[in-house]
Design a protein around this ligand. Structure first.
Ligand SMILES: Cc1cc2nc3c(=O)[nH]c(=O)nc-3n(C[C@H](O)[C@H](O)[C@H](O)COP(=O)(O)OP(=O)(O)OC[C@H]3O[C@@H](n4cnc5c(N)ncnc54)[C@H](O)[C@@H]3O)c2cc1C
Length: 407
């Protein structure tokens, strides 16, 4: 693509990517890898702890209980994470296998099996006796609980993955601008999609482009009309009880119901030199927080419930957290991400809507954003992620509500 006269006076690019977090870093890489002139912008440095993508690990699963349509996206993401590993020389995805535990017919079990059935995944179903035999550290169960083993599950290193994607984007020719905040995005209402029709407003000089990919994570609703609600959450890590082993060999990636409660937790055992991680399912209702004014202090109320859940479910873990940090989750009304153009002109492509389970897919969501921004056919059916589905909300028609978070 060539810039045109419309953009004189501003920096010109084919595509601007706003936000270089989990998804935007990958979008910038995938666009630059196509030979486009890409400008990638972030208010912070890659791998920073102020958005939704820090905290040393993220779960990776292929039998995605949130929607069977996510399985091909997870698999494409895995290929891209592996490509980034070879470009960066860093280990980004550790495949450990993962277990989903719950009552027969529960969303954890049924959702996982639905994805497995639709895609012929090599999952294994376990009864309580088999869980006890194979994974005694996870065998505190409600009567009748069952499990599904996803051999393709694992753990991602989020900060290193983002740095690797930004480095790959830069190596492919993207111009990376960090420490700069996008103040607004303006789209010309005339002209065809061929010319530089989008202005990205910045303090230190605007950029004009044919297309913009907005991957602003918890800030998405500041730059678009999308109903993506940011919410403060706390991540917690736990040590092993005296004489017990809480390593990932004994506690693989899990999503599990907690015996005696209606709640779920997610996490994994300790990776070498680290602690086990356990988090609650964030099922709302949520306060909407300003992502620029998140309370970063830890308060006693932040840890009480997760300690009770850990005590109820994990015989090998010390229930008092050994480490804590705050993070921002961003929820959509139906708990599913958004990726795609916001209207028929295709000039603004959005990618985000976290809902607590998008990191594993981020490399492939970046690829989808690149495909939408270049009018290529998407590699997978992404209709269920179309951001325009929320336009219904504006017309007063009901918008489906679902469970919001998993990992
Ligand atoms: C506690 C927690 C646990 C999770 N666990 C899992 C898990 O186990 N597995 C999983 O798959 N997913 C998980 N997720 C979800 C996943 O981590 C997030 O969905 C994902 O990381 C969000 O990526 P993003 O690119 O949308 O946002 P971010 O990575 O936050 O990136 C947005 C970027 O945009 C930048 N930005 C925003 N506005 C501007 C602006 N105006 N100008 C310039 N830059 C801007 C920000 O600085 C930021 O770098 C979890 C989320 C949380 C919070």
């Amino acid at each position: 693509m060539q810039a045109d006269a419309v953009g004189r006076g501003a920096d010109i690019a084919d595509v601007v990517v706003v936000g270089l977090g989990a998804i935007g870093s990958s979008a910038a890489w995938r666009l630059a890898a196509r030979g486009l002139d890409v400008v990638g912008i972030d208010q912070h440095e890659p791998g920073h702890p102020w958005g939704g993508s820090h905290g040393r690990s993220r779960l990776f699963r292929v039998a995605c209980l949130e929607h069977p349509g996510l399985t091909p996206i997870a698999r494409r993401a895995r290929d891209l994470w592996r490509e980034l590993e070879s470009l960066s020389g860093e280990e980004l995805l550790l495949e450990t296998g993962g277990i989903m535990i719950g009552a027969p017919g529960s969303r954890i079990i049924e959702g996982t099996l639905a994805a497995a059935r639709e895609h012929g995944l090599p999952v294994e179903q376990l009864d309580a006796a088999a869980i006890g035999e194979r994974l005694p550290a996870l065998a505190r169960l409600d009567p009748g609980d069952v499990a599904v083993w996803d051999p393709e599950a694992g753990v991602l290193r989020p900060e290193a993955a983002i740095v690797a994607a930004v480095d790959a984007a830069r190596a492919a020719g993207a111009r990376i601008r960090t420490g700069e905040r996008v103040l607004g995005i303006e789209v010309d209402d005339v002209g065809d999609a061929g010319h530089a029709a989008v202005t990205v407003r910045l303090e230190r000089g605007d950029v004009r482009a044919r297309r913009v990919v907005v991957a602003a994570g918890p800030w998405l609703s500041q730059l678009t009309d999308l109903p993506v609600r940011p919410h403060r959450v706390v991540m917690s890590w736990f040590g092993a009880r005296e004489g017990h082993d809480a390593s990932i060999d004994r506690i693989p990636v899990f999503i599990r119901s907690v015996p005696g409660t209606a709640e779920w937790v997610w996490g994994h055992g300790a990776l070498s030199g680290d602690l086990a991680k356990v988090g609650p399912e964030f099922d709302g209702p949520f306060d909407e927080d300003d992502p620029d004014a998140i309370d970063r202090e830890i308060h006693p109320g932040d840890t009480e419930r997760i300690s009770e859940l850990v005590a109820a479910a994990f015989p090998d873990l010390e229930p008092a957290p050994a480490d804590l940090t705050t993070c921002i989750m961003a929820h959509t009304p139906d708990g599913q991400f958004v990726v795609g153009p916001t209207d028929a002109s295709g000039r603004v492509v959005v990618a985000g809507g976290c809902s607590g389970h998008s990191f594993k897919h981020a490399a492939a969501l970046g690829e989808l954003a690149a495909q939408f921004a270049t009018d290529e056919a998407p590699f997978a059916d992404a209709a269920f992620l179309d951001p325009r589905r929320f336009a219904q909300a504006a017309t007063g028609e009901p918008v489906a509500r679902g469970h919001v978070h998993l990992a």
